[in-house]
Design a protein around this ligand. Structure first.
Ligand code: ROI
Length: 164
């Protein structure tokens, strides 16, 4: 069993609903259980600014799947929720699910790099992730999460109060 952390993002088609449905879908993946969810955050788009703000969150899951099997399951959820891969780089999306961390593993395969390559620079990933991890947490490469946070200003980000 491995604990994995999944980044969720949406800026189309009712992002709140997209994230809620995605969380329910994570819990329905075979041999996988949802173990925790961060607050939801509104965030300014990284990339072209002529797109809506994003809603971002991070989920903790416990899974017996191998990393690539988990990736397949996440991509199936993205497809079910209407993700259309468009030509435009960094354009708007109904649902993005990224494997940020997978146990202590470091993975460098064509389809999958873990820890997620861009997470160190993205406030909308690091701040929700930090809600779910202990203060002294170190990534598999030894870097401290606190250090990444200190180098990543809380800019363009708004933590939303939980609603019922
Ligand atoms: N920008 C924000 N704020 N949140 C995201 O989840 C997000 N995802 C992306 C790009 C287009 C890079 N920008 C984003 O894939």
């Amino acid at each position: 069993m491995n604990r994995a952390y999944i980044g969720l993002g949406s800026n189309l088609a009712e992002p709140q609903r997209q994230l809620r449905e995605a969380l329910a879908a994570l819990d329905r993946i075979e041999r996988t259980r949802l173990a925790g969810v961060s607050s939801f955050y509104a965030s300014d788009p990284l990339g072209p600014s002529d797109q809506p703000r994003y809603l971002n969150a991070v989920a903790a899951i416990d899974t017996e799947l191998e990393p690539v099997a988990l990736l397949d399951a996440l991509q199936a959820i993205e497809q079910t929720q209407g993700r259309q891969r468009k030509a435009e780089r960094w354009g708007p999306r109904t649902l993005d699910l990224d494997i940020l961390l997978f146990g202590e593993q470091r993975i460098d395969e064509p389809r999958l790099q873990v820890p997620h390559y861009h997470m160190q620079a993205r406030a909308f990933v690091l701040y929700p992730l930090a809600e779910l991890l202990p203060a002294g947490f170190r990534l598999p490469d030894g870097r401290r999460l606190a250090e990444l946070l200190a180098n990543c200003p809380f800019t363009g980000l708004e933590r939303l109060e939980a609603d019922a």
